[in-house]
Write a protein that binds this ligand. Structure first.
Ligand code: YOG
Length: 155
């Protein structure tokens, strides 16, 4: 883990989070009934409405070769731990509740995660630009772009 990604970061912008969440699996109430799928497996419009208002915080740490990324909010938290280059089982509990085969690697200065599961072209990429932490979350053609500033620093 590049030392520069480590730290506590506060969200300053969030573009197309809605599109990303829809791509993760929105179905209307009627569709859910027809498919007999519990609301748990997608992200309901109500949940998306809550999620989009959140100011997220990232806490990125590395210890003994294991990297941990915490995504924190007043509503819900999500943590993932991994070793770069080693595939792991990721369960997106509290998000879209999927079981993924995830692999994080370095692509130049970008820390890139490929998430293999039911959705095509799912993953994320982190990098530093202008002292800010950048994140692209992508799924099935949708890209959400988030930017974070180091905690305590001005914009
Ligand atoms: O981060 O994969 O930093 O894991 C994306 C949420 C909202 C719940 C957050 C809770 C996707 C309802 C994780 C938000 C939307 C909406 C706070 C992003 C799903 C459900 C947890 C992520 C990576 C890269 C590390």
């Amino acid at each position: 883990m590049s030392a520069s990604l480590c730290g506590t970061w506060d969200m300053v912008s969030n573009v197309n989070f809605e599109g990303y969440m829809v791509a993760l699996g929105l179905h209307s109430e009627l569709e859910l009934k027809l498919m007999s799928i519990s609301r748990q497996s997608g992200i309901s419009p109500c949940l998306r409405k809550t999620a989009i208002k959140l100011k997220l915080k990232k806490v990125i740490e590395e210890q003994g070769g294991v990297c941990r990324i915490k995504t924190l909010s007043v509503f819900r938290n999500y943590t993932t731990s991994f070793t770069v280059g080693h595939q792991f089982e990721e369960v997106t509990r509290g998000l879209d509740n999927q079981c993924l085969k995830s692999t994080v690697t370095w692509d130049g200065d970008r820390l890139v995660c490929e998430q293999i599961g039911q959705k095509k072209n799912r993953g994320w990429a982190h990098w530093i630009e202008d002292d800010k932490l950048h994140l692209e979350l992508y799924c099935d053609g949708q890209v959400c772009k988030q930017v974070f500033k180091k905690k305590g620093l001005k914009d």
